[in-house]
Write a protein that binds this ligand. Structure first.
Ligand SMILES: O=C(O)CCC(=O)C(=O)O
Length: 317
């Protein structure tokens, strides 16, 4: 008897554009403007290094993403080979579980099309001040009762194999995130500290401490919890210090992130392109070449979408 073909999924990264109607796409510059951040929101990001409480998803979209995430946390799911990194528990301690994976956009359709969600694209354009490309996405999921920490860090400390530093992170809650279930914390203003050492992302929350000045240690007293409702996002600067504590509550805490960079950022791989620190599983671009092509798609071009309205938009610069 002939065995049935294994149930395989295709690499969704090979699609150069959005593929379904889960995230309706604006058909005019005016429609795009309904997603724009205000002058005050852009100014808040510039001063403090973050902006929270931006509505990104509706209930239907959250439901679809949640269902697909449920499939992907099973290490035997189809398409797992397309992830750049996949850790069922990055902490390696079964009492402190942190599911963390990069590359879901290549594995499941809602995560693919989320990248072209106008409610994300428009604010991202305003906070970067430039047309931009996908760097990668991320999943961070903490189970109820024994969810682990994400150690204090600056995102760019993992990304020095790309330059210049013209990057942005969008963190999107798939559950309400509160201090009880391990929401993120920010240190406002820390985007002005300059680049600090890279530390392991899981396990020791305070590993960064020995790299800080006494003044920076004091500024941790001003840290703020980033409590968000499911479907809301927070955006942060690539040097903003952030992390999240354990989840000992009865509620899980799931999030998905989109990391983007300005069009024109180049590869800074020191080794000719294969084993740069932090870059191992990522689609390879030789040192000195602009990051682009199939796996770093251009997500937003202002002149094309906004035309004459481009000049009316509050931008970071
Ligand atoms: O989800 C978390 O707790 C941390 C996320 C994170 O490190 C980030 O947004 O860069």
């Amino acid at each position: 008897m002939i065995e049935p073909a294994p149930n395989r999924v295709k690499d969704l990264g090979l699609l150069s554009q959005r593929d379904n109607e889960l995230f309706p796409y604006p058909s005019s510059p005016e429609e795009w403007m309904s997603f724009a951040l205000s002058v005050e929101q852009v100014a808040h990001f510039k001063e403090h290094g973050y902006l929270k409480g931006v509505r990104i998803l509706n209930d239907r979209q959250i439901g679809q993403l949640g269902e697909e995430l449920g499939e992907m946390v099973d290490p035997n799911h189809t398409g797992k080979e397309f992830f750049y990194e996949y850790h069922s528990n990055e902490s390696e301690n079964s009492e402190e579980v942190l599911f963390h994976a990069l590359g879901a956009w290549r594995v499941r359709p809602a995560f693919h099309d989320l990248l072209w969600n106008p409610a994300f694209l428009m604010p991202a354009y305003q906070l970067l001040g430039s047309d931009f490309r996908l760097f990668h996405d991320q999943l961070f999921s903490k189970p109820a009762k024994h969810g682990g920490v994400v150690a204090w860090h600056q995102d760019y400390s993992y990304w020095t194999w790309t330059t210049p530093m013209s990057h942005l992170t969008c963190w999107i809650g798939l559950d309400d995130a509160t201090t009880e279930n391990g929401c993120m914390y920010y240190v406002p203003g820390s985007h002005n500290w300059g680049l600090l050492d890279k530390k392991p992302i899981a396990g020791d929350m305070d590993a960064i401490r020995d790299s800080l000045t006494s003044e920076q240690v004091k500024q941790f007293d001003n840290k703020i919890p980033v409590e968000v409702k499911r479907g809301e996002a927070s955006f942060h600067h690539p040097l903003l210090m952030h992390g999240s504590y354990e989840n000992r509550s009865e509620r899980r805490r799931r999030a998905t992130l989109i990391n983007v960079f300005a069009d024109g950022v180049v590869s800074n791989r020191k080794d000719g392109g294969t084993h740069a620190p932090g870059a191992k599983g990522y689609p390879s671009i030789p040192a000195g070449e602009a990051m682009g092509g199939t796996y770093y798609p251009l997500l937003f071009e202002a002149q094309r979408e906004l035309r004459e309205l481009t000049s009316q938009l509050p931008l970071i610069n």
